[in-house]
Design a protein around this ligand. Structure first.
Ligand code: FE
Length: 290
């Protein structure tokens, strides 16, 4: 495939779901047996915009196996603590890329920022069969360490992957992901090569865009808040509508093309491996022993 711009395949309306101890989330997709978003498994947007709501509840201690969870905050923060003794706070602009490997137990507690707002994302990325039982690994990147590329009308924060020579700090991820936070001023356009065969999506949370731009620069208009799913190709073009600024998270990655068996916080390849996760939890052998 050569110089094939990706077209918009579908838009997904995020659905409200309740997770953890009662956290209201906007879920674009979750782990599914058909693995349509391979190598991605889940994308959640947690936003509490009403300061008079009850105090935010979080995600009390829970296990993960076989996946990577990626937390990216816009406002407010998430306090976390895990079975390996790691603890910390993920604040605005920070990212935590957690590779659960064979097992991690952690809690994640969102807290409001000074404005009373909590706004952030959690993406789940799959691990290939050969890495599902690997040692857990964390990449915690604070906001200042995420490189920002600025061009007229375009602001890009590169978490993972590369944009115009700027490399994101998150590395050695099996899915070879691109993960970027992109802001476009009204009418500004963004173009990026995306390797053919990789899966690409964008979560538009502010404004409106045209995407799947043709040779005349025209595409289909989409208004926030939506998950945009692109077809295959080797580049991606998105332009903000003329009447407002747009902001979106762009994700792309190499599909593993393996069968998956999702069950709650575990995503393995077979049902037997899911059963093993429960056996390990019961026997106290779930969390990696170093
Ligand atoms: Fe978790």
């Amino acid at each position: 495939m050569n110089n094939q711009p990706r077209q918009l395949l579908e838009t997904i309306e995020p659905q409200l779901v309740v997770e953890g101890a009662g956290v209201l989330l906007r879920r674009s997709f979750g782990p599914r047996r058909d693995n349509l978003f391979d190598p991605f498994l889940l994308f959640d947007h947690f936003a509490f915009n009403d300061p008079i709501e009850r105090p935010p509840v979080g995600f009390p201690t829970h296990p993960h196996r076989g996946i990577e969870t990626v937390t990216y905050m816009l406002e407010g923060n998430v306090r976390h603590r895990d079975s390996l003794g790691n603890m910390g706070v993920i604040g605005p602009g920070d990212v935590q890329w957690m590779t659960s490997g064979r097992g991690i137990m952690h809690e994640e507690m969102p807290q409001r920022g000074p404005s009373g707002i909590i706004n952030g994302f959690q993406l789940w990325v799959n691990l290939p069969a050969a890495r599902k039982m690997s040692q857990p690994r964390y990449q915690e990147i604070n906001a200042e360490s995420i490189p920002t590329l600025e061009k007229p009308g375009v602001l890009v924060r590169v978490v993972a992957g590369e944009f115009e020579g700027v490399r994101g700090p998150v590395t050695e991820i099996e899915a070879q992901p691109l993960y970027m936070d992109i802001t476009l001023e009204p009418g500004a356009a963004f173009y990026l090569p995306v390797e053919a065969g990789h899966f690409a999506i964008a979560y538009l949370f502010e404004g409106a865009v045209y995407c799947g731009l043709d040779d005349d620069g025209r595409g289909e208009r989409v208004d926030a808040v939506k998950m945009l799913v692109f077809d295959d190709g080797d580049s991606l073009g998105i332009q903000a509508a003329n009447d407002e600024r747009a902001r979106f998270m762009l994700m792309a990655g190499a599909p593993f093309k393996e069968p998956i068996a999702p069950y709650g916080p575990f995503v393995m390849n077979t049902q037997e491996e899911i059963q093993q996760a429960f056996i390990d939890l019961r026997n106290g052998t779930f969390v990696s022993q170093k």
